[in-house]
Design a protein. Structure first.
Length: 153
């Protein structure tokens, strides 16, 4: 099964942190495509947060979405992330955005597709590069079209 993971960092050596996270993915989670990293301003959080470096990966795994999320959260923790304030600066952020072959997941711990992915240019731009033809399961529009729409004034 293929999934899109949004990746970001706004603390320390951001590119190195994202590369380290990619290298530390367990062998059962294989990166098949990576979007170029883009720098964007932090949304919300303290004014001193600093800009983010954002990207996205398409990964392939046999894991279901909850098991994949568990691995992503564990990887964030190994890289020093502690979840507290939602928009706080972070060395690494790994968000499970969507899956290619099924429509929706709704649980206390996970919502797919990510409920705000279609509103965030810093998520849509990298996804449009690597999975632009994937359809947003609720909106029925491709991620490339969503990226195009969000850029219009």
């Amino acid at each position: 099964m293929e999934y899109v993971i949004a990746v970001g960092s706004n603390r320390g050596d951001r590119a190195a942190m994202i590369a380290t996270a990619a290298a530390m993915l367990p062998p059962q989670i294989r990166r098949v495509r990576s979007a170029p990293l883009v720098e964007t301003e932090a949304v919300g959080g303290p004014s001193h947060s600093g800009p983010f470096l954002n990207g996205a990966w398409v990964v392939e795994t046999r894991f279901g979405p909850h098991h994949l999320l568990w691995h992503l959260l564990a990887l964030e923790q190994r890289l020093g992330r502690s979840r507290g304030e939602p928009d706080a600066p972070r060395g690494i952020d790994l968000d499970l955005i969507c899956a290619k072959s099924f429509w929706q997941v709704e649980s206390p711990f996970l919502t797919l597709p990510h409920p705000r992915c279609h509103l965030r240019p810093f998520v849509l731009q990298p996804i449009a590069c690597i999975a632009g033809d994937w359809q947003h399961p609720i909106l029925g529009v491709s991620f490339a079209a969503l990226w195009h729409q969000i850029q219009e004034p």
